[in-house]
Design a protein around this ligand. Sequence first.
Ligand code: SF4
Length: 309
Amino acid sequence: MLELKDYRTKVHNDWCPGCGDFGILNAVQMALFELKLEPHKIAVFSGIGCSGKTSHFVDTYGFHTLHGRVLPIATGAKLANTELTVVAVGGDGDGYGIGAGHFVSTGRRNVDFTYVVYNNGVYGLTKGQASPTLPKGLRTKSMPSPAIVQGINPIATAISAGYTFVARSYALDVRHLKETLKAAVLHKGSALVDVLQTCPTYNDINTKEWYSGADLPTKAPRLYKLEDTGYDGTVKNPDDTKEVNEKKGQAIMRSFEWGDKIPVGLFYRIQQPTFEDMLADRMPAYKEVPLVKQDVFHRDVTNLFESLT
Ligand code: SF4
């Protein structure tokens, strides 16, 4: 019988006290445990940044790869072994900055895995420079002057790129994040979970007090759940172009709400053939036996060579 501790390593953790990364790590471990996925059938890959240590702390297969390159690694792993549950994790600087090209390409392919982005608005590991999600004009305590370039909107970018599951959650709401992650892992296709993450060391703007609305006259929390408003981002008929475009449009509109109110939850979901499905249409053997279990070293290629002569 699996227990939650089976998903936790004993590797020393040196994240700063109070970092939102702890909430995300707990939610990842709890989601995998509650889905009853066996650790030896899971791979967790991570990019560079504070979040990159996650793959050291989750007791599954996986590794800590290069800056901005977690998505091609996760893609390769999933395509080589379709029986694996693959989870890629990284920061907003890693994924939306140096890895931005891979971020877009991953959405276009729709390989079946989950990408969790620890979005804190700064490059925490290198002392808090502005990351791609910090809005223009903001200046955190680690910056000499305000950001002079626009921040990107990960939700809108993901929907435009083709991700088939796009959600946002909050690192300090572990229950909501855990349930969002479970839905993302169960989804067949590329799933993005953008997680608003507090960095108490370098981001003194988007703090837990700010998210809780402590600075607002109403003192009401900024974050609200889309699901509590009757919002439904799931496409019912993927062949209905009108419905697809309407759902994408409403999701993108909601994703730009950022101020006194900020939505979290599922923005958009659609069921479409995965990259693996489309490969299997061309190569039936691909679906029957994962590449890692095929005997690639003892194949009779006589016919192939004869066809080339
Ligand atoms: Fe967390 Fe920020 Fe510290 Fe990194 S620098 S461990 S993101 S609090």
